[in-house]
Design a protein around this ligand. Structure first.
Ligand code: F6P
Length: 491
C-alpha cells in the first residue's frame, strides 16, 4: 500500500502534468456562451495521446487573476485550474518568475530583482500547485512538472506523496553556477528540484550547470549525470536516492506544421503576404515574443546598418518583424517595447519611401495558420536570441520549408543551435558578423541552401515533440529512484 502524508488520499489520475499555464483558451461556444477549449500548443499535442491513454490530469493557471474555475474535462483530459489573486500575479508571476528567475536564468541580460516578499509568494504558489497535484495523482502515478515557475513543486509533492514518480523539465536555460549563486534562495531551489526522480534540461550544458550547483551549492555528491540525495533530508546518513539530470531537447509538432504548410489556403495566404509587401525579391522574417532575451534590438541594429550601407533595402528586400505581446506589466518589457518601436520608426523614417517600408512591425499574436503562411513566404528567417532555452520558431520555419528553399540565420546562444548546425550560425553581439551572415543567407546559392535545409529538416523530423515526450517519459520510467547506500562520488 503506498504511503501518504497525514490525511492525504490518493486521486484518480495515473498521469498528472503540472505547468504554470493550462493548455486552454477561453472561446465563445456555439450558443455564444464562453467556454474553455484546449489550445493547440506543442506540449499539449505531444501529451494528449498519453493523457487519453493513461487517464490524465493537467494542473495549471488559466492566465488571468481571479478565482480558479471548477475542474473540467476537455480533449480527453481533466483540467484542474489553480487560481492566482491580482496580488499573487504581481508577486509570483510578474515578480519572482519573470523579474527574478527569468533574467537570472538568461545570463542576467537584464538585472534580476531579489525581493523577500516575492520569494514568499513563490513558495506559497508552488505549494498550491503541489497540493493540487498530490490530490489528483492516483497511487503510484507519474507526475510531470514543468518549468522555472514551479521548481519547488517536485520536493513538495514528494513530501506528501512518496509513492509517485516525479519528472521535471526545465524549458529555459539553467545558468552557470557563478550566476545561479546570486539567488538568495539557491539552496531551496536545488532542494525543491531534487524531489524529482528525473530532471530534464534543454542542453547538456544546462544539465551540467545544474549538477555543478548540486556539488558547489548543496555539497552533494554526483556520479556522471546522477546526484546522490540523502533519502531523509532531516538526517543525512548513508542512505541515498539517485536523481538523474540529463538533456532532452524539446521540439515541435513537426508533422502538424508540415501539413499546415501544404494547405491550399495557407499557400494562398503566403502569396498574398508577398503581394502585400510589394513582391520583394527577399523577405526577411523575425518572430518572437517581445522579450529582451530575443536580441530584437541587435537584429534591428544589424539590419539598419545594412540599409545604411545600401547592401539591403526596399523595395527589393523587406523585414517583417512579428513581436507578440508578452508580460506587458513587467518594467523591462515595457522599456524594450519603447526601444523597439523607436528603432523601427527611425528606420522606416530614414529608409522608407511612399508605399514601401524597410520594416513591417506587428505587435500582435497570430494563429498557427498565419504563422505557417509567414514561414512559407519568408526567404530568410532571423533568430538572434542572446540566450534561449531552445527556440521553437527556428524549428517551425524549417518544418514548413517543404521545397528545401529558404535560409535560417540562427544565434549560437539558442538550444536549437546544438541541433541545427547547418543554419547560418551567428553571435548576435557581433554586429559585423551578423550582417555578413544575413548577406550570406540572402545570396546563398540554391544548391547550398538545399543542402543546409535538408539536413535541418531531417533533424526536425527525427526529433519532434512526440519523440521528445516519449523519450523523457521512458527515461522517467527507468529512472533509478530507489533508496540505497551511497557510492563514492566523481572527482
Ligand atoms: O518556457 C518559457 C515560457 O514559460 C513558455 O512556457 C511560454 O510559452 C513562454 O515562456 C511565455 O510565458 P508566459 O507564460 O509568461 O506568457
Amino acid at each position: 500500500m503506498p504511503e501518504f502524508a497525514d490525511g492525504q488520499e490518493a486521486g484518480r489520475y495515473s498521469f498528472v502534468v503540472v505547468a504554470c499555464r493550462l493548455p486552454v483558451d477561453r472561446v465563445a461556444g456555439p450558443g455564444g456562451e464562453m467556454e474553455w477549449r484546449a489550445s493547440p500548443g506543442g506540449l499539449v499535442t505531444a501529451l494528449e495521446p498519453v493523457m487519453r491513454k493513461a487517464g490524465g490530469a493537467w494542473i495549471g493557471w488559466q492566465g488571468s487573476a481571479g478565482e480558479a474555475p471548477e475542474p473540467f474535462d476537455t480533449s480527453g483530459m481533466r483540467l484542474v485550474p489553480v487560481g492566482l489573486s491580482p496580488d499573487e500575479v504581481r508577486t509570483f508571476y510578474e515578480g519572482f518568475c519573470n523579474a527574478t528567475l527569468w533574467p537570472l536564468y538568461h545570463d542576467v541580460i537584464a538585472p534580476p530583482e531579489f525581493h523577500r516578499s516575492w520569494w514568499e509568494a513563490y513558495v506559497a504558489i508552488n505549494r498550491r500547485f503541489a497540493e493540487a497535484a498530490a490530490a489528483q495523482a492516483a497511487p503510484d502515478a507519474t507526475v510531470w512538472v514543468h518549468d522555472y515557475q514551479l521548481q519547488l513543486v517536485p520536493g513538495m509533492i514528494r513530501a506528501q506523496r512518496p509513492d509517485v514518480r516525479i519528472g521535471f523539465f526545465n524549458h529555459i536555460p539553467f545558468p552557470g553556477y557563478e550566476i545561479f549563486a546570486q539567488l538568495p534562495w539557491r539552496r531551496q531551489i536545488v532542494a525543491g528540484l531534487l524531489g524529482a526522480d528525473l530532471l530534464g534540461f534543454q542542453r547538456q550544458q544546462d544539465a551540467a550547470n545544474f549538477l555543478r550547483a548540486c556539488r558547489r551549492g548543496a555539497r552533494l555528491a554526483t556520479r556522471g549525470s546522477h546526484v546522490q540525495v540523502p533519502a531523509d533530508p532531516a538526517s543525512p546518513g548513508s542512505a541515498v536516492r539517485d536523481v538523474r539530470a540529463a538533456a532532452f531537447p524539446i521540439s515541435i509538432d513537426t508533422a502538424g506544421f508540415g501539413e499546415l504548410a501544404r494547405r491550399e489556403d495557407v499557400l494562398a495566404r503566403a502569396a498574398e503576404i508577398r503581394d502585400a509587401l510589394g513582391k520583394p525579391q527577399v523577405m526577411l522574417l523575425g518572430v518572437d515574443r517581445l522579450d529582451y532575451t530575443k536580441g530584437i534590438l541587435h537584429r534591428l541594429r544589424a539590419y539598419g546598418e545594412l540599409l545604411k550601407e545600401g547592401r539591403l533595402g526596399p523595395p527589393e528586400a523587406v523585414l517583417v518583424l512579428v513581436a507578440s505581446p508578452s508580460r506587458e506589466r513587467v518594467e523591462h518589457y515595457r522599456v524594450l517595447r519603447d526601444e523597439v518601436e523607436v528603432a523601427v520608426g527611425r528606420m522606416n523614417g530614414d529608409y522608407g519611401e511612399l508605399g514601401s517600408a524597410p520594416v513591417h512591425y506587428l505587435h500582435q499574436s497570430y494563429p498557427r495558420e498565419e504563422m505557417a503562411a509567414l514561414y512559407v513566404a519568408a526567404d530568410v528567417m532571423l533568430v538572434t536570441a542572446l540566450r534561449d532555452g531552445m527556440n521553437l520558431v527556428a524549428k517551425e520555419y524549417v518544418a514548413c520549408r517543404h521545397d528545401e528553399t529558404g535560409a535560417l540565420v540562427l544565434s549560437e546562444f539558442t538550444g536549437t543551435a546544438d541541433e541545427l548546425s547547418s543554419a547560418f550560425l551567428i553571435n548576435p553581439h557581433d554586429i559585423e558578423g551578423m550582417k555578413d551572415a544575413i548577406m550570406r543567407a540572402v545570396t546563398v546559392p540554391p544548391a547550398e541552401a538545399r543542402r543546409r535545409m535538408r539536413a535541418m529538416r531531417r533533424r526536425v523530423a527525427e526529433n519532434d515533440v512526440a519523440h521528445w515526450a516519449a523519450t523523457f517519459l521512458d527515461a522517467l520510467e527507468h529512472a533509478p529512484g530507489r533508496i540505497r547506500q551511497a557510492d563514492a562520488p566523481d572527482g
